[in-house]
Design a protein around this ligand. Structure first.
Ligand code: IMP
Length: 192
């Protein structure tokens, strides 16, 4: 990992992520013939994953964006708000939601409910990660990258209050590691 970031433990390297994304894209392609899905990325976090899937699935499909928010820092607040993409033209379309991580399941559940209510024929889910032990709402992930334990992870689009999104690997957040790194590098202003 680059020395511009704290030395968090790597859970999945960039190579592992790329390989798994290729496998998922192959499954998505095989399952969605002949009608390509409408790709809808849950931003901000899923943008890098969505870009990978877009590049790997044939047809140069556009990626639409929806924003749903339920997190403050490392805590899920329990209430999901859809703040962008509510009016996407999903009627009669096979929507494929692209998500970075399914945690309690509330975000995906709320989005599926919304898009099916808006007339989508189907609303399936591809997620890079899932934390099954944290599930509060039962959701089906049709295309899953990796199950992970109950840890707060960062990188490949996933952030902590805007930090570490651009890390290429997926790492486990540890406050102590971050504090020690900040103390060493004198970059105290970015950590609360
Ligand atoms: P859910 O509604 O609880 O399933 O939460 C899903 C959203 O929470 C994801 O799209 C992420 O934005 C955020 N989230 C959940 N766990 C993590 C994590 O470990 N790291 C970063 N973001 C997370």
């Amino acid at each position: 990992m680059s020395a511009q970031f704290p030395p968090f433990r790597v859970l999945f390297s960039r190579d592992q992520i790329l390989r798994r994304a290729q496998e998922l894209a192959r499954s998505i392609t095989a399952a969605t013939q002949p009608e390509p899905p409408m790709l809808v990325a849950v931003i901000e976090g899923a943008r890098p994953f969505a870009r990978l899937i877009q590049q790997l699935v044939p047809g140069s499909l556009p990626v639409h964006e929806v924003r749903a928010s339920s997190y403050a820092g490392t805590q899920s607040t329990g209430t999901v708000q859809i703040t962008l993409g509510k009016d996407l033209p999903v009627s009669g379309r096979h929507v494929l939601l692209l998500e970075d991580i399914v945690d309690t399941g509330r975000t995906i559940h709320a989005l599926q409910k919304h898009f099916l209510g808006a007339g989508a024929s189907t609303c399936r889910v591809a997620s890079l990660l899932s934390k099954p032990s944290r599930r509060v709402v039962d959701v089906t992930i049709d295309y899953l990258g990796f199950d992970i334990p109950d840890e707060f992870v960062l990188g490949c689009g996933m952030d902590l209050d805007g930090r570490y999104r651009e890390l290429p690997d997926i790492v486990i957040y540890e406050a102590d590691v971050e504090r020690a790194f900040v103390a060493r590098s004198g970059a105290g202003s970015t950590v609360r």
